[in-house]
Design a protein around this ligand. Structure first.
Ligand code: HEM
Length: 393
């Protein structure tokens, strides 16, 4: 059978059955120090501004993490160092990747553990230099293996990101040419429709209805083409002072709302003006409200809550729909991600790009029931019109 990655790594550092034995003997010595070492470990993280920021759940998370670090140390020195061990370590590595923990903190943190264990080895094996040497070497190998696994998960993530970028780049080129090609036939259909409507004998309601229907569908197709082209090229921002309450009210008049769906807002009229492109910001609201309405079906509510911060306005758009499943949250803002029977998954990516062009951002923050999007728009003119879809070289 082919060698697994973990077997290969162990072979590379020369991890042997003697090392395994040495680690188990070290385990019985240091076990009673696990709780103290976990204290030292997190105290060092909390002392450091940059590292502390990586604790996304805040310091309240540390209590839980101290417990899991003790389990981690227990497994580190007790083994078995098999494929299940490797998989578990990969899962932990992916957690660090998920919280975007910079890799250099992993090295710093591992060094804290190395020093703590080495100090214990120095004192416990003081009178047995050969054993001391053996245990120290075994410890060094397993900690290096741990680092190698952590780096492996970062690389895995990078490769996945690259593959996504390549997909998006091919997508961008394809979409550009299809979009342009579709504009012409759609234009011809529109013109012919106009002529046919002019020649329609009065009283032919059935034909009139069908012509209207063709017109509606052409409008939908045009909108899809516009969204696609907006996605791939950077529509320049026309900046001007914007009252978001006006943009919001104009946006919701264009969204089809079933009778039992209500849309409300609070705080918008109190916001200062932002610098932005009212048409593009209107598109942001239209896409988000349309998404919410389509997700909830016939009845429910959508609510926008606005607050002003010293340097930005913050908007939370919440709805009573089913919310976004965990599996797709991470890819929610990628083009072509859709859970809807209709639509091609451009609404949210477009929203994100428009906000980014304004120097703002959007994130998804689930409610206990329903969806919530948090938008931030800076008050100063910090936007850029350079956020582009990756293009093939
Ligand atoms: C040698 C270095 C490290 C080891 C051995 C380690 C160990 C672990 C373990 C075992 C978990 C899983 C917890 C669980 O199952 O719930 C975890 C998660 C986590 N670690 Fe580390 N960690 C290291 C470095 C760091 C550093 C340097 C930070 C921050 C500065 C950090 C922050 C976190 C956070 C925030 C989580 C929770 C992630 C989540 O809930 O998705 N870790 N770590």
């Amino acid at each position: 059978m082919a060698e697994t990655l973990f077997e290969e790594l162990k072979r590379y550092v020369g991890f042997s059955p003697e090392d395994a034995q040495a680690l188990r003997s070290l385990h019985s010595v240091v076990r009673e120090h696990f709780a103290r070492i976990a204290e030292v470990f997190y105290a060092r993280i909390l002392e450091h501004d940059g590292a502390r920021k990586a604790l996304e759940g805040g310091e309240s998370q540390v209590g839980h993490l101290k417990g899991t670090l003790q389990i981690w140390m227990d497994q580190l020195l007790r083994g078995p160092w098999d494929e299940a061990y490797f998989e578990l370590r990969c899962r932990i590595g992916r957690m660090h990747v998920r919280i975007a923990l910079p890799q250099h903190y992993m090295f710093g943190a591992m060094n804290v553990l190395r020093q703590e264990f080495n100090a214990l080895i120095d004192s416990y094996y003081r009178d047995r230099p050969e054993e001391l040497d053996r245990v120290r070497r075994a410890l060094s190998k397993i900690l290096d293996l741990e680092l190698a696994i952590m780096l492996h998960t970062y690389r895995e993530d990078l490769l996945a990101q690259q593959a996504r970028n390549e997909r998006l780049s091919t997508f961008g080129q394809l979409v550009g040419s299809i979009g342009h090609e579709l504009r012409n036939p759609l234009g011809v259909i529109e013109t012919s429709l106009f002529i046919l409507k002019g020649r329609l004998p009065s009283g032919d309601e059935r034909t009139a209805k069908h012509l209207d229907r063709i017109g509606e569908q052409v409008a939908i197709a045009n909108r899809i083409v516009t969204d696609l082209l907006d996605m791939i090229r950077d529509k320049p921002l026309k900046r001007e002072p914007v009252r978001l309450s006006e943009v919001w009210h104009s946006a919701i008049t264009t969204v089809f709302l079933p009778a039992q769906v209500s849309v409300r807002e609070q705080g918008l009229s109190l916001l200062p003006e932002v610098q932005g492109d009212p048409n593009q910001l209107r598109q942001v609201f239209i896409n988000l409200v349309e998404n919410a309405v389509q997700a909830m079906g016939e009845a429910g509510w959508v609510e926008l809550k606005a607050t002003a911060q010293p340097d930005a306005v913050e908007l939370a758009i919440e709805d009573s729909g089913p919310g976004v499943g965990e599996a797709i949250r991470q890819r929610l803002f990628e083009p072509l991600m859709t859970t809807k029977a209709r639509g091609i998954g451009l609404g949210l990516p477009l929203v994100k790009r428009i906000l980014e062009r304004h120097g703002g951002s959007i994130t998804y923050a689930p409610l206990s029931a329903g969806a919530r999007f948090l938008l931030r728009l800076p008050l100063g003119p910090q936007g850029s019109s350079h956020a582009t879809l990756p293009t093939a070289r």
